[in-house]
Design a protein around this ligand. Structure first.
Ligand code: FEO
Length: 400
């Protein structure tokens, strides 16, 4: 792709990344709006490239760099994160540009060598280290587990740009580079989905990371992640959202995740939803034959109550529900109440199995769950509605 051009952020810093309009599955996460792999070119005395892109996009990266300078003029590369969506093109770019140094965290050096062998002149850095690009300086902040053990942020003094790799990013392809050129509601939605699907398990570390960031009192004019738009107008908003998501305080909102074979479990889900609605709790239903796991877990992050419903199939829970529960368990949501429900024909294992699983995830069960043989009659549906009412009452109490 020789026509790809860089986009200017400041007089000295350019976006030279790649736009992936076609991706719809990012290791199990549905990316309906595509994504970007951001890389940034700093035209300092020592010309520096911050991060690279996924391997198939290496020529796009090279073309965007070439629209500013001949790539072989690059002196330094900073690799903030070694996951392949940002490092896949790194060996190729090193080969093409022969940089003097490639700055990485200590864990980053290990990870890059594990992926690519001896790829070049890696120089490990740690929090507080500062390097000179001649007329500009760059400082480093390690951000372990945001999103991998190697992750770090780089801060470009003078231009006041914080390169934050996965942090504050989102899967969103857009021809508009800056946050204020995009619809803020979409940015918030996609940033929440990114947080829920990628960062939720590391929330305690993210709280520490946000605290560290605040304590450093950095002046940040541009917050430049490796996915999605560059923040310049809503930096305070996205930091506030990260603090909120990391705290995982109970929200007055509920989600019902379920699947159904002959509509009985669906009838129960509707009745529970009605109870929650009457209790004044907004509720969303996710029938898993028609929903993606990554959307359902985003709703879980934003909900104080989680209900899971499954019919019994061959003495087990339904496969789509096993999928979402396995995914959800790994994301370690906290401070949730909930209950299990489902219909069965003859043995009825699903509800006890769901209850055990939910308890194991730390969800506080408000009931032992509701099992219904074959089809719920009116009294069973009233029981489901009452379960929704009771959960709504408890959630209202918790939320104050
Ligand atoms: Fe976008 Fe953790 O890589």
């Amino acid at each position: 792709m020789k026509t790809a051009q860089a986009q200017k952020i400041t007089e000295k810093v350019f976006w030279t990344g790649a736009m992936d309009w076609t991706i719809r599955n990012f290791h199990g996460y549905s990316t309906q709006r595509g994504t970007s792999y951001n890389a940034y070119l700093v035209i300092a005395d020592k010309i520096t490239l911050v991060d690279t892109v996924k391997y198939p996009f290496r020529e796009e990266l090279l073309s965007r760099i070439s629209s500013v300078i001949p790539p072989e003029k690059i002196d330094y590369i900073i690799s903030n994160h070694s996951e392949m969506d940002h490092s896949g093109a790194l060996p190729y770019i090193i080969e093409k540009t022969r940089p003097e140094k490639v700055f990485v965290s200590v864990n980053g050096a290990k990870a890059l060598r594990a992926h690519f062998g001896d790829i070049g002149p890696l120089v490990p850095v740690k929090t507080g280290d500062k390097i000179s690009l001649g007329n500009m300086d760059v400082s480093f902040i390690e951000t372990k587990m945001l999103h991998w053990p190697d992750s770090m942020f780089s801060y470009l003094h003078g231009e006041e740009i914080l390169f934050s790799q996965d942090g504050f990013g989102m899967h969103l392809a857009s021809s508009e580079l800056f946050d204020d050129e995009n619809d803020y509601a979409i940015l918030e939605q996609e940033a929440a989905k990114y947080y829920a699907n990628i960062l939720l398990p590391f929330s305690d570390l993210i709280t520490k990371c946000v605290d560290l960031y605040k304590s450093l009192n950095l002046k940040v004019k541009y917050l430049a992640p490796d996915h999605g738009p560059v923040w310049r107008k809503h930096i305070g908003d996205i930091l506030g959202l990260y603090e909120k998501w990391a705290q995982q305080k109970p929200q007055r909102r509920a989600v019902i995740i379920y699947d159904t074979m002959w509509n009985s479990t669906a009838m129960m889900a509707d009745a529970i939803a009605e109870g929650l609605r009457v209790a004044g709790v907004p509720v969303r239903l996710y029938p898993m034959t028609a929903s993606h796991r990554s959307d359902a877990v985003t709703e879980v992050m934003n909900s104080g109550a989680v209900f899971v419903g499954s019919p019994t199939m061959n003495n087990n829970i339904f496969p789509t529900i096993a999928d979402i529960l396995c995914y959800l368990k790994g994301l370690k949501p906290k401070n949730k109440i909930g209950a299990a429900f489902g219909s069965f024909g003859w043995s009825g294992e699903s509800v006890p199995q769901l209850g055990e699983f939910m308890k194991g995830m730390g969800i506080e069960l408000v009931s032992e769950g509701i099992s219904v043989k074959y089809v719920p009659d009116e009294s069973a549906l009233l029981k489901c509605r009452d379960l929704g009412l009771e959960a709504g009452r408890r959630l209202n109490e918790k939320c104050g």
